[in-house]
Design a protein around this ligand. Structure first.
Ligand SMILES: C[S@@+](CC[C@H](N)C(=O)[O-])C[C@H]1O[C@@H](n2cnc3c(N)ncnc32)[C@H](O)[C@@H]1O
Length: 267
């Protein structure tokens, strides 16, 4: 049975991502749209895997090397182990994480995201990134993290679902303004730079399914970090950001991974 608000007549990005990652939390309509994407680009699942592995590497870097103990992860996705809090708390057991996503299916799985370490804490907000006031003022957020202290804001594989008509740069600026000095911004973002024709077709499939979507170029992704200090190696193809030994995405081509990624610090 389909719980409450879940719409199984239209594809949803979280559920298509789940399909690419080999999960079970999607419906026929998502599988069909994802298969259409795979028909144009047999490497779409590589792209999803490269994005998920970047989330893991960047979180590990922030918790283990930069000493960050508070995370705000918007566009969390359907839980896929290891989730962000498991990585952060693996390095900092008392890490506190606030998750937010606007897809009702992610809400139905929130319990898995709320299994915090005993020393740390996690919270889940059913919210849209396009409403920064709602997220930044939420009582659950303030009960979990302290915005006067450094926070890592993760916008991983999210902003390509926020086309320019939704003022993506102003939104990111509003979140960055709310963060304390020493905070970090993490972004991964699908690009057509390495294969514009294929990516244009993929964006068309998402839009035809009612999902707002847009690729951005290297300089357009870099612009999200304006005013912040990029951590080495800067904005790079997602699988080239501090690759870890044994990471399966290290061997991908830029066209297979098809995303830019970066991490920057607020002074
Ligand atoms: C491709 S998944 C990324 C999951 C995870 N961040 C990762 O990197 O593995 C994108 C997620 O963004 C969510 N999303 C899309 N548009 C959103 C919006 N306007 N506000 C909040 N979440 C959104 C989708 O529901 C989906 O769960």
């Amino acid at each position: 049975m389909t719980p409450g608000r879940i719409d199984t007549t239209k594809p949803h990005p979280a559920r298509m991502y789940d399909y690419y990652l080999g999960g079970k939390d999607h419906y026929e309509v998502d599988a069909q749209a994802a298969q259409q994407v795979l028909n144009h680009n047999p490497y779409a699942a590589h792209g999803a895997r490269a994005l998920r592995l970047f989330m893991q590497r960047s979180t590990r870097y922030l918790a283990a090397e930069a000493g960050i103990r508070q995370f705000l992860d918007i566009g969390t996705g359907i839980p896929t182990e290891p989730n962000l809090h498991q990585i952060a708390q693996g390095a900092q057991p008392d890490a506190r994480i606030v998750y937010a996503d606007n897809d009702p299916i992610v809400l139905t799985h929130a319990r898995a995201l709320l299994r915090s370490s005993p020393e740390g804490r996690t919270a889940y907000l059913d919210a849209d990134v396009r409403e920064p006031g709602k997220i930044l003022d939420a009582a659950e957020l303030h009960d979990t993290i302290d915005l006067s202290q450094p926070v890592a804001l993760s916008l991983n594989a999210l902003l390509h679902f926020v086309p320019d008509e939704f003022h993506a740069y102003d939104l990111v600026q509003a979140y960055a303004d709310a963060l304390a000095p020493g905070s970090y911004l993490v972004i991964s973002h699908v690009t057509g730079d390495f294969d514009p024709v294929t990516l244009a077709k993929i964006i068309e499939i998402y839009r035809a399914g009612g999902i707002p979507a847009q690729t951005r170029t290297e300089s357009e992704v870099a612009r999200f970090f304006d005013g912040l200090e990029l951590v080495e190696p800067g904005v790079v193809p997602v699988h080239r950001w501090r690759p870890a030994a044994g990471d399966p995405s290290s061997d991908y081509t830029n066209a297979q991974a098809a995303s830019w990624a970066g991490v920057a610090r607020k002074r």
